[in-house]
Write a protein that binds this ligand. Structure first.
Ligand code: URA
Length: 425
C-alpha cells in the first residue's frame, strides 16, 4: 500500500490489479484508514485517468453482493443525484414514473456533508423502513412498481467505508471518486436504466459547469460501457431547489408538488429527469410525450396515491401524504431578515445546506441523530426584490443556540445588490 500511495503521489497511473488490491484490502480491514486517507488525498491532488476510474468503480461494485433484479418484470429504472440542497426530486418523480407502470427500483442515500438524502427524508413517515429485505424489495416493485431502499450492509461495502472516510478528510469533491461512488452502487443494485442528476453550482460538489460536464461524461461512459442505458442531466444548484430545505419540510413540499401546487423549478427538474426514465423504459419515444404523461399523473392524482401506497408498503404511516400538517413541528420559528433594499444576486447554497445541518437536520458526526422536524423555508430566491426588514427565509428549530448560529450563517449566504441579475436557468 505504501508503494501505491507513492505511485499516485507521483501522478502515475495505477493498474486494474493495483486498484482492486487497494479496494479489497480496505474493505476487509487489512489496509488501515490512515493509509487509505493518504491515498484518497493523492487521488484528489493528482487525479485518475479513465481506465483507473473504471477499475475503481468495478472493484467497488464487486466488493459485496450484486443484486439480481431479473425477477422484476419490465425495464427497471433508477435515478441518482450527485447531491444538492433542497433536492427532493426522487420523492416527486419516483411515484410519477411508477404510476405509469414503470418499475422504479431505487437505491438512495442518507445526507452527506451539506447535502440532504432521500433515506433520511423518508424516515419522516413514522414506521417507514428503508432496509426491507431484497425479496420484499423485488415483490414490492413487481406488485406496485416502486420501492426505495438504503444501502444494505453488503451492497458496495467499499463505497460505504470509503465514503465515510472521504466525508471527514476533505476528499469528496473529486470526479473519479464521485463517479466511482455513485456508479458502483448503481451497478451493484441492478437497474437496467440509470438517470443521473448532475448538480452544478455553489450548492453542488462540482462548482463549475465544466467539472459537472466531465463528471456526467465519466458516469455515462461507465454505465453505457457495461450495458446499462445511462443518461445524465446537468441541473442548476446555485440556489436551493424549490423552497424547503430539511427533511420533513422537504417531504411536505414534494407532496405539495404532487398536488399540483409545487415550485416551478422542482417540477421542471422532476419532469426532465422523469422523461428520461420513461424514454429509457421505452414507455414513449419523445421527451414531449413523456412530460405530458408525467403531468397527467399529477392531474389525476395517481402519483400522490402511488406515494401513499409506497409508504404503506414499506411499513410507514401514510396519513401525512394526505395531510402534511401531521409531520412533527419544530418549536422555534425565526425569520432571517434583509438588512437593506435591493435584489438577491447570489445565494451561497452549500451554506444554506450547512444552515440546515446546524439546525440539526444533518449529521455533525457519524453518530449524530438528526432532527427531522427542523429546516429552512426560503422566501427570497435569485433575482427577487427585497425590502429592508423583509424575511429572506424562515428557520425552524428546536434549540435556541442552534437557531442563533443558523441565522447568522443563513444571512451571510445571501448577497443583496442594487441591480438585478438574471438567475441561471
Ligand atoms: N453521492 C454519492 O453517492 N457519492 C458521492 O461521492 C457523491 C454523491
Amino acid at each position: 500500500m505504501y508503494d501505491l500511495i507513492v505511485k499516485k503521489k507521483m501522478g502515475k497511473s495505477l493498474t486494474e490489479e493495483e486498484i482492486t488490491y487497494i479496494v479489497n484490502g480496505f474493505t476487509k480491514g487489512e489496509i488501515p484508514d490512515y493509509q487509505m486517507s493518504a491515498f484518497l488525498m493523492a487521488v484528489c491532488l493528482k487525479g485518475m485517468d479513465k481506465s483507473e476510474t473504471i477499475a475503481l468503480t468495478m472493484a467497488m461494485a464487486h466488493s459485496g453482493d450484486m443484486l439480481d433484479l431479473s425477477e422484476i418484470e419490465g425495464i427497471k429504472v433508477d435515478k441518482h443525484s450527485t447531491g444538492g440542497v433542497g433536492d427532493k426530486t426522487s420523492l416527486v418523480l419516483s411515484p410519477m414514473v411508477a404510476s405509469l407502470g414503470i418499475p422504479v427500483a431505487k437505491m438512495s442515500g442518507r445526507g452527506l456533508g451539506h447535502t440532504g438524502g432521500t433515506i433520511d427524508k423518508l424516515e419522516s413517515f413514522p414506521g417507514f423502513s428503508t432496509s426491507i429485505p431484497t425479496k420484499q424489495f423485488i415483490e414490492n416493485v413487481n406488485r406496485m412498481k416502486m420501492a426505495i431502499v438504503g444501502q444494505t450492509a453488503n451492497l458496495a461495502p467499499a463505497d460505504k467505508k470509503i465514503y465515510a472516510l472521504r466525508d471527514v478528510t476533505a476528499t469528496v469533491d473529486n470526479i473519479s471518486l464521485i463517479a466511482s461512488s455513485i456508479m458502483s452502487k448503481k451497478i451493484a443494485s441492478g437497474a437496467d436504466v440509470i438517470v443521473l442528476d448532475v448538480k452544478t453550482g455553489s450548492g453542488a460538489f462540482m462548482k463549475t459547469l465544466e467539472d459537472s460536464i466531465s463528471l456526467a461524461e465519466a458516469m455515462v461512459e461507465i454505465g453505457n460501457g457495461i450495458g446499462r442505458e445511462t443518461y445524465a442531466v446537468i441541473t442548476d444548484m446555485n440556489q436551493p431547489l424549490g423552497r424547503a430545505v430539511g427533511n420533513s419540510i422537504e417531504v411536505a413540499e414534494a407532496i405539495q408538488t404532487l398536488n399540483g401546487q409545487g415550485p416551478e423549478d422542482l417540477l421542471e427538474v422532476s419532469l426532465t429527469l422523469g422523461s428520461y426514465m420513461l424514454l429509457g423504459a421505452k414507455k414513449t419515444g419523445s421527451v414531449e410525450e413523456a412530460r405530458k404523461l408525467l403531468l397527467q399523473t399529477i392531474t389525476d392524482r395517481s402519483a400522490l396515491n402511488k406515494l401513499g401506497e409506497f409508504v404503506r408498503a414499506q411499513g410507514g404511516d401514510d396519513s401525512a401524504v394526505y395531510n402534511s400538517d401531521l409531520f412533527p413541528k419544530a418549536s422555534i420559528q425565526e425569520e432571517v431578515t434583509a438588512g437593506k433594499d435591493g435584489y438577491v444576486t447570489k445565494i451561497v447554497t452549500d451554506e444554506i445546506g450547512m444552515t440546515s445541518l446546524v439546525l440539526g437536520g444533518g449529521r455533525e458526526t457519524k453518530d449524530s441523530i438528526i432532527d427531522l422536524s427542523v429546516g429552512i423555508y426560503i422566501h427570497k430566491k435569485l433575482g427577487d426584490k427585497v425590502i429592508a426588514g423583509e424575511s429572506l427565509a424562515t428557520l425552524y428549530g428546536n434549540n435556541a443556540e442552534k437557531v442563533k448560529a443558523a441565522k447568522e450563517r443563513c444571512l451571510k449566504a445571501y448577497t443583496i445588490e442594487e441591480s438585478k441579475s438574471e438567475p441561471t436557468k
